[in-house]
Design a protein around this ligand. Structure first.
Ligand SMILES: [Zn+2]
Length: 98
């Protein structure tokens, strides 16, 4: 089980994307298991996405990695969430309790 805490983007309620570290995206993709998320008791299949980007954060061309699922749209923008990741099952429980 891997856990990490991140901040919900203001765009998450619109596009259902939650940014995750590249290392986690790689581990989820390399497991070959379908990925699912559990948000406020709702389980849903999720996609792991990489998007090319030129923002100033990393300088030059780089990628950002996201989980994408409609269930993520309920997360409050700018709130802190904890992801409990079961890499073997490809299952990610998202705890949004403040
Ligand atoms: Zn960027």
């Amino acid at each position: 089980m891997v856990t990490f805490t991140t901040t919900v983007s203001r765009k998450t309620p619109l596009d259902g994307r939650l940014e995750i570290p590249a290392s986690l995206a790689d581990r989820l993709l390399s497991s070959g298991e379908p990925v699912s998320v559990s948000v406020q008791g709702i389980d849903e299949g999720a996609n792991v996405e990489a998007m090319a980007c030129t923002c100033d954060k990393a300088g030059g061309n780089h990628e950002h990695h996201f989980l994408r699922a409609d269930a993520l749209k309920v997360l409050p923008p700018n709130s802190s969430v904890t992801l409990l990741v079961d890499l073997e099952e490809g299952r990610i429980e998202i705890d949004s309790t403040p």
